[in-house]
Design a protein around this ligand. Structure first.
Ligand SMILES: Cc1cc2nc3c(=O)[nH]c(=O)nc-3n(C[C@H](O)[C@H](O)[C@H](O)COP(=O)(O)O)c2cc1C
Length: 377
């Protein structure tokens, strides 16, 4: 068997709601320090990944409203129509190579400090903002919640105008208000948005449905969710074996795609010292067993044999990758063209993580051109 036939399964198309991914290689959302300030550099970087064979190329977190501004971190921004052209640079660059473009809409809630906009931060309950900063978030009332749903809807419509094929609802990493509502660790409301799991999941479900109604005719709607907060049985958070499963079962067929990971970020992007390739398998597989929709999972995938094995064993449908796509934007094409020995493998050193958010764009020990594509191609 030649390599290419052995790996043919990786190059099968996958239908995701109304769109079709050209293959199973899926660059999951990752920030990079270019964000809204360097849209041309960013578009060039994402375009190179599409050129390298990634069938789906996503943005990083993209803020939907100034009341959830995460300055000084430099991520995407879609506050109003004037942000559309900058994002369109990316969708054009990705479409040029026949790939799909995905956008991760985020409202950070308790994790947003609004240093730039200076607006008050919202949360499910009155609480200190996250990250050890001495600021207070205000509990949302019903009017605020209605407004927030409209902001999500407006951002979804703007995403479609910018040319995105996949629009995310994001409840991961403890960095989204939708997850703050979900988790008992942040939500002690006593109205219909607090208490039982059904109530805590209400806002997430509403936003998901509103997004589908707004753009679901032509865009796929993905749900990125942390199925386990890894806080243990007594930690009060979401556990895959308990509420994590119940949430998936409750929403199973609503999104067109499940993008599964674990929280918080340090558990999700674990270094190679602590986690081996495919380390999230048990979580991804569990979600796959609860839904008929396609599932994308992550786990620092660099070996095509591991990828094939995960698909054949029914763990996932799409090979999600952040770090491996940073280390080698041409990874899919190298597999396709039998050039395995030239793959630059992610070594899980996480220098990307330590540099992705600040004024200096992302770096990678395996790929010196990362963040400099605009200059060096
Ligand atoms: C540099 C970097 C930035 C990231 N930024 C985001 C982000 O903006 N939104 C998000 O949902 N996940 C983000 N992640 C998490 C990844 O999407 C992914 O879930 C995680 O890294 C595990 O996948 P991997 O093993 O393929 O890297 C980021 C990861 C890295 C390495």
């Amino acid at each position: 068997m030649t390599n290419s036939s052995r790996y043919d399964i990786l190059f099968e198309q996958v239908k995701i709601g109304p769109v079709t991914a050209p293959n199973r290689f899926y660059q999951v959302p990752h920030c990079n320090g270019m964000g809204h300030r360097f849209p041309r550099s960013l578009a060039k970087m994402r375009g190179i990944k599409a050129e390298g064979g990634w069938g789906v190329v996503c943005t990083e977190e993209v803020e939907i409203h100034p009341s959830s501004d995460i300055t000084p971190f430099n991520q995407g921004r879609l506050w109003d129509d004037s942000d559309i052209p900058a994002l369109q640079l990316m969708t054009d660059a990705v479409h040029e190579h026949g790939s799909l473009a995905g956008i991760e809409l985020v409202y950070q809630g308790l994790a947003g400090k609004n240093h730039y906009s200076r607006l008050p931060t919202f949360g499910p309950t009155n609480a200190s903002v996250m990250g050890g900063y001495p600021m207070q978030a205000r509990a949302m009332n019903k009017r605020d919640i209605k407004q927030l749903r409209k902001w999500y809807r407006d951002a979804a419509i703007r995403s479609k105008k910018a040319g995105f094929d996949i629009v995310y609802t994001y409840a991961g990493h403890g960095l989204s208000i939708l997850m703050h509502f979900l988790s008992r660790t942040h939500n002690d409301r006593t109205d219909e948005y607090g208490g039982s799991l059904e109530n805590r999941a209400r806002l997430l479900k509403e936003v998901l449905i509103n997004t589908k109604e707004a753009v679901g005719d032509t865009c796929a709607v993905a749900l990125r969710i942390a199925v386990d907060e890894l806080l243990g049985k007594n930690g009060g958070g979401i556990q895959a074996s308990a509420e994590g499963s119940d949430i998936i079962a409750m929403l199973a067929e609503i999104p067109d795609l499940w993008d599964v990971n674990i929280s918080s970020w340090e558990n999700d992007s674990q270094t190679s010292r602590f986690a081996k390739e495919g380390f999230q398998e048990e979580y991804t597989k569990h979600v796959k067993s609860l839904t008929s929709k396609p599932v994308v999972g992550v786990g620092r995938f660099t070996s095509p044999d591991t990828m094939v094995s995960q698909i054949r064993r029914g763990v996932l449908d799409l090979i999600g990758a952040a770090r491996p796509s940073i280390a080698d934007p041409f990874l899919p094409n190298k597999i396709k063209n039998d050039k395995l020995e030239t793959i630059r493998e992610c070594i899980g050193c996480n220098i990307c993580v330590s540099s992705d958010n600040y004024a200096a764009p992302i770096r990678c020990t395996q790929n010196p051109t990362m963040g400099e594509e605009w200059r060096r191609n």
